[in-house]
Design a protein around this ligand. Structure first.
Ligand code: HPA
Length: 274
């Protein structure tokens, strides 16, 4: 079975589960500790990833593993609670399988969220950063291999991965919450080890504001399919060497838990303005 056929089968399974209901035109990928948004959708058809054909499972603590289709602010939205990562040993086609399914379902707007380390020392822990652009330092690209023209063009343009229109909407939603959002450049690294202080100094030198281990492959694939993308990072910790303390995943989880109410309010504000 081809990759395209697998994606199609998964999309058909989602369509069947949604029944006669409206299919989503907007989707949100929820990063570490941010899965709660999925529960806030109404009425919500919830599909565990392992109940969907070919859908890869993520085993990272803090990632749930389900797709929920429901409404937020009157819009039909798909929420993905949990994603899989390159560092888990999946290849990038597997990592971006869910985005392909969303594209086939007819999703036109994709909101990606993640937890990231703050490289820009002007950021506070818990800040929500709008991604203006990215630097792919994973050493891989999800579009490597034969191109399936049904999914997109061989050499897709990446001049405006993160939609100017959607970034403005995010700014308006942030202001409405009394929380103006910083913007910045996100670098994706393979992980799973965190960076060294020297790597963080290097990243700062090349213009990076936040660093993480996800999002970029999904954004590339979404643009390949012509989906409009917005991405927001929760600065869950200051990157290595910024503060005189080691990094750990528990800190990442604790910060995302602390700000998740605000993050959900921001997502709802954004969706309400689409
Ligand atoms: N580095 C890389 N990925 C991350 C970090 C970090 O400091 N925090 C959360 N995800």
């Amino acid at each position: 079975m081809t990759y395209y056929d697998q994606v199609k089968e998964a999309a058909d399974a989602v369509t069947a589960r949604v029944g006669g209901g409206e299919l989503p035109s907007t989707a949100v990928v929820l990063g570490s500790g941010l899965g709660d948004f999925a529960s806030s959708l109404e009425p919500g058809v919830s599909m565990p990833y392992d109940a969907l054909p070919h859908w890869p499972a993520s085993r990272v603590v803090g990632h749930e593993g389900r797709l929920v289709v429901g409404t937020a602010r009157g819009r039909t939205v798909a929420a993905l609670a949990g994603r899989c990562h390159l560092y888990e040993g999946h290849d990038l086609r597997t990592v971006t399988f869910s985005i392909r399914v969303l594209g086939l379902l007819g999703v036109k707007i994709l909101i990606l969220t993640n937890a990231a380390g703050g490289v820009n020392t002007g950021f506070a822990q818990g800040a929500l950063m709008v991604i203006d652009d990215h630097i792919n330092l994973m050493g891989q690209n999800p579009l490597v291999g034969p191109n399936d023209d049904r999914l997109g063009a061989r050499f897709p343009d990446m001049t405006e991965v993160y939609s100017t229109r959607l970034r403005r909407i995010a700014d308006q939603a942030g202001r409405e919450l009394g929380r103006p959002l910083p913007h910045g450049v996100y670098a994706a690294l393979l992980g799973p080890s965190y960076e060294t202080p020297a790597e963080i100094r290097y990243l700062r030198t090349i213009g990076v504001d936040a660093v993480g281990m996800s999002t970029v492959p999904e954004a590339i694939v979404a643009r390949h399919m012509g989906i409009e993308v917005l991405a927001v990072s929760c600065i869950s910790n200051m990157a290595a060497g910024v503060l005189p303390q080691p990094l750990d995943h528990a800190e990442v989880m604790e910060t995302t838990r602390r700000v998740r109410g605000q993050f959900i309010a921001l997502l709802e504000g954004i969706i309400g303005r689409l």
